[in-house]
Design a protein around this ligand. Structure first.
Ligand code: GDD
Ligand code: MN
Length: 379
């Protein structure tokens, strides 16, 4: 088999030379396969390309593809895959990082399943025997694990546990050569989810092999800050189609997150106040007011940031409007809770059912009013 390992690099001068050396050792131990390394260089200022060129004079299996400028991980892979298919006629394309978070010793294990008829092999961190760095922050662990469970449920690919692994191998014939690499859904890290979904749709036989994802020893991560939103957009677009993408603008997603935060504050406070200080209808009134203030601030400074209300007068007028508008469902809700508890008893179930009905009405009302009146698009 002819295997081309595509390694995108941006400022990896400290890593790429060592990586090529380490891979050379592995290739020696697997003479049955013909290995090549294609470095897709994002025009790094740190001299990464020079290191690669120097290795090219030692190893004929090293290829260097220069990008005009850094354009994201998805763009680098699309560029590299197209180049490899045109010039190197590979049977298998491997995706791998330069920074030793992927162990070069795992490459052979990653390509072995192709001889058993597999078409897509994922180096998986979330399958038995795999792992992520212990030192990762709770936040990153949560994003990684949560994102994978979410992708699995929404995309309905239950055999896969690691949707964003950067270490994987794909069969070219009948698979990568059928992908429209000029139209991937993301130029960034989220392209992984798109390609995985398309390989699955092409009927690829998928296998996960466990990998331990290491810590980066040298250099810095290039993970984009918008990676989370971008991945969410890709997953939802794959599942619900392009039409939904219009709704899935970063604005809308943020609006939903703010909505959920508000709901969380609202429900939590409602129940705390209800059992401690206040009667149910006053608890609903108070929690609603506090949630309203929270969501106003979050909407103005985060989800509708570009439509942010500038100027004191505009802010004050909008705030008054916001309060008036938002108060309608809060009042209705408080009344609803009052009537329900008076008629059916002041229990958790009764008060919360009435509360949720009120909240649902409020969501629809608020969404319509906010986008039409308060943060309306300026012409
Ligand atoms: N040419 C090019 N252009 N290379 C890039 C770019 C780019 O815009 N962005 C990153 N790279 C290179 C890096 O130099 C590195 O070799 C590799 O792509 C991965 O980048 P890292 O910055 O090391 O990514 P990471 O460690 O945060 O993310 C890894 O884990 C993710 C899952 O947690 C990667 O393997 C991702 O693919 C993976 O989704
Ligand atoms: Mn990395």
């Amino acid at each position: 088999m002819k295997i081309v390992i595509v390694i995108p690099t941006y400022n990896e001068a400290e890593n790429i030379g060592l990586m090529i050396e380490a891979l050379a050792q592995e290739f020696k131990q697997n003479p049955a396969n013909e290995f090549h390394v294609l470095v897709v260089e994002g025009n790094s200022p740190d001299g990464t390309a020079e290191v690669v060129k120097q290795k090219q004079s030692l190893y004929p299996f090293v290829h260097l593809l220069m990008e005009e400028k850094k354009a994201g991980l998805g763009a680098a892979y699309a560029f590299g895959f197209k180049y490899a298919m045109r010039n190197l006629s590979p049977d298998v394309l491997v995706e791998m990082d330069a920074d030793f978070q992927h162990d070069p010793k795992d490459v052979i294990r990653l390509v072995e399943p192709f001889s058993q008829g597999y078409d897509y092999v994922i180096g998986s961190r979330f399958t038995k025997g795999g792992g992520i760095p212990q030192d990762w922050s709770l936040y990153r662990k949560f994003l990684s694990v949560g994102g994978n469970i979410f992708s699995k449920m929404v995309l309905g690919i239950f055999s896969v546990n690691d949707f964003t692994s950067g270490f994987k191998a794909s069969r070219v014939q009948g698979f990568v050569d059928k992908l429209d690499l000029d139209n991937i859904l993301s130029g960034g890290f989220a392209y992984k989810i798109d390609l995985l979904f398309r390989m699955h749709k092409l009927g690829a036989k998928i296998k996960e092999v466990p990998i331990i994802f290491g810590l980066r020893d040298r250099g810095n991560s290039k993970m984009e800050n918008n990676n989370f939103m971008d991945s969410l957009r890709v997953v939802l677009t794959l599942r619900f189609g392009k039409k939904v993408t219009a709704l899935m603008s970063p604005n809308f997603l943020k609006f939903c997150i703010v909505g959920f935060t508000g709901l969380f504050v609202d429900t939590g406070l409602f129940n705390i106040l209800r059992v401690t200080l206040l009667s149910s209808n006053y608890a609903a009134l108070t929690s609603g007011t506090i949630a309203m203030i929270t969501t106003f601030l979050l909407n103005n400074y985060w989800s509708f940031k570009e439509r942010k209300l500038e100027g004191m007068t505009k802010k004050v007028i909008s705030w008054i409007l916001y309060v008036v508008v938002s108060f309608v469902p809060i009042l209705i809700r408080s009344k609803l809770v009052g009537i329900a508890t008076a008629s059916f008893g002041n229990t958790f179930i009764v008060s919360n059912v009435a509360f949720v009905i009120g909240v649902l009405f409020g969501l629809i009302w608020n969404f319509t009013m906010y986008s039409k009146i308060i943060w309306r698009k300026s012409k």
